[in-house]
Design a binder for this molecule. Structure first.
Ligand SMILES: [Ca+2]
Ligand SMILES: [Ca+2]
Ligand SMILES: [Ca+2]
Length: 208
């Protein structure tokens, strides 16, 4: 997974070497076991990896979406710490751990985060953050969105990681929202297309 994640991040972000900048070293989405970049994922992030990554999920039944984010900053990646704020909601899982020394990477691939901070209190390490959402879809679909920001959110639960050199804190949180039933939208779109297709033909008939 390592290589594909790095490739995906490099492709998406056009990563360049900058000793002082915040970078998203690795990013991945696990959608029902498909990772790191399954279909239906929209990346809206800047060169530092800040912004949002949203995942459109359809199909009735139980679904699982996990997001994995390994931010680095400064000249060394091993001076980071991490923590949580608030309490996870129903069906929400999380993990903070060393992306190389810990099991967060393997757990992300397996689709089962361990709901713990693997970085011992008071110690520094390379830190990666992961959040997961498990939920039922009945009609229509759902959109899971992961947000990354340098400002603390008002979300009921979020993760953070702090870089020692740059004193930069990155926050990660997620939302799940229902999206309209695709059937009604498709019908509406078909109706508009039909109107647009018929009108010019009538006009040209009148002219001739
Ligand atoms: Ca650093
Ligand atoms: Ca762990
Ligand atoms: Ca890191």
């Amino acid at each position: 997974m390592k290589k594909s994640l790095i490739a995906a991040a490099s492709l998406l972000l056009g990563l360049s070497v900058d000793a002082s900048a915040l970078t998203l070293f690795e990013v991945g989405i696990n959608l029902d076991g498909d990772q790191p970049t399954p279909a239906g994922v929209t990346y809206s992030i800047d060169a530092s990896g800040l912004g949002s990554v949203s995942v459109l999920v359809s199909g009735a039944g139980l679904h699982s979406v996990l997001g994995y984010f390994d931010f680095d900053a400064g000249s060394r990646p091993d001076d980071e710490s991490g923590g949580t704020s608030g309490a996870p909601g129903a069906g929400e899982s999380w993990e903070i751990d060393d992306p190389f020394g810990g099991d967060i990477n393997a757990n992300f691939v397996d689709g089962a985060l361990d709901d713990s901070n693997g970085i011992a209190a008071g110690t520094l390490a390379d830190v990666a953050l992961a959040l997961g959402r498990s939920f039922m879809v009945s009609g229509g679909g759902s959109r899971v969105t992961f947000f990354t920001s340098l400002e603390a959110p008002e979300a009921p639960f979020y993760l953070w990681q702090l870089d020692g050199e740059s004193d930069t804190t990155v926050y990660l949180w997620s939302t799940v929202a229902s999206v309209p039933q695709p059937g009604s939208l498709a019908l509406l779109a078909m109706g508009l297309v039909a109107l647009g297709a018929v009108r010019p033909r009538r006009q040209s008939l009148r002219r001739s």
